[in-house]
Design a protein around this ligand. Structure first.
Ligand code: AHN
Ligand code: ZN
Length: 334
């Protein structure tokens, strides 16, 4: 009797174990089916705006990074060091460029390549030099003073440094080249009365577009970041971007919308801005857009003034731009 009861209990317990186990296994199988189903969902890393902010602060702490200055040299060294630390293969283009005033400018274009073996590539750009003249400052006494360039220069570089840090942690499907462009902001100042010189802006990108860091360089498309740190910044669809790379504009603005950033990436036609994406489109022929802060009043009241400082850098704006760029990169397929 006791034996029979024991035997019954034994099989009952065993039966329960089998049933529970079977239930678990069928659950596992269901999960595996879900995992194995091809899906467009990808894990996009979280852009950290505190890091981007710190990278902007660091650049600004060198002082104005104007051509041929100690601060410019030191900041360039810092950028090369940091991008190396973030696991990129570095290409540094050193060259002498001629400014509108005849000054020989010691330029360094800094290109950080991720996954150089991949043939499908995206090019990301921002200029790292700052402007030698605050020619839009309300006080004429400031017109010959250099711009600190927290927003104009450092913001785009800071966002791309945080993108690079994420690239060092998680590999996307495509290869990425992060290009810190030199000598963008040496354009002829407002106060200059002499003969107007064409193409005095964007000297570093003009040079690169004619002399790429690797022969026959190609990228599927490019994204330039310029002045991407101001609180409440608005990025209309800039003219040259729409002309040369409308599909890239749509891709980027759609991703921004899906992340609820349409207050920044506004659905509005912007003016034509001479910037580093122009030689990239016109000389080397890579469809490239410009994410640039632009309002009906221009680039912001602090643009090319003594007031382009950290006070006008906003982490909410950095997040909107950085997360949108990361989403575009990590969703791109071969
Ligand atoms: C012009 O105003 C011609 N280009 C604006 C490009 C620029 C200057 N971006 C930053 N500073
Ligand atoms: Zn500028």
């Amino acid at each position: 009797m006791t034996n029979k009861l024991f035997s019954f209990l034994k099989y009952w317990v065993f039966g329960c174990f089998v049933m529970v186990n079977a239930a678990c296994q069928s659950k596992q199988t269901a999960e595996q089916v879900v995992k194995e189903t091809p899906t467009v969902e990808v894990q996009v890393p979280h852009f950290n705006p505190d890091s981007a902010y710190a990278y902007i602060q660091k650049q600004v702490d060198f002082g104005p990074r104007v051509p041929n200055s100690k601060a410019h040299r030191a900041c360039g060294d810092y950028l090369i060091r940091e991008m190396n630390r973030f696991g990129a293969s570095m290409h540094v283009q050193e060259t002498d460029l001629l400014g509108w005033d005849g000054t020989v400018l010691k330029a360094r274009n800094i290109i950080a390549s991720y996954f150089p073996e991949k043939t499908t590539r995206i090019l990301l750009l921002a200029h790292w030099d700052s402007r030698p003249w605050s020619d839009h400052d309300p006080a004429p006494a400031n017109h010959l003073k250099p711009v600190l360039g927290a927003n104009d220069g450092a913001s785009g570089v800071g966002v791309l440094m945080e993108v690079a840090r994420q690239l060092s942690l998680q590999q996307p499907t495509v290869g990425i080249d992060v290009f810190f462009v030199d000598m963008e902001d040496y354009g002829e100042p407002q106060w200059y009365q002499g003969e107007k010189k064409e193409n005095s802006w964007c000297l570093g990108s003009q040079y690169w577009a004619s002399n790429p860091h690797v022969p026959n360089y190609r990228a599927r498309f490019g994204i330039l970041l310029d002045m991407v740190g101001a609180p409440g910044a608005t990025f209309p669809k800039e003219g040259y971007s729409q002309r040369y790379a409308p599909h890239v504009v749509e891709k980027v603005w759609n991703e921004a919308k899906s992340l609820d950033f349409e207050a920044y990436f506004i659905s509005k036609q912007g003016g034509f801005i001479t910037d580093d994406h122009v030689p990239v489109n016109e000389i080397i022929g890579i469809p490239t857009i410009n994410i640039i802060h632009l309002t009906d009043e221009g680039f912001g009241h602090f643009w090319h003034t003594q007031d382009d400082t950290m006070e006008h850098i906003d982490k909410g704006t950095l997040k909107a731009v950085g997360q949108t760029v990361l989403q575009v990169i990590y969703k791109e397929r071969k």
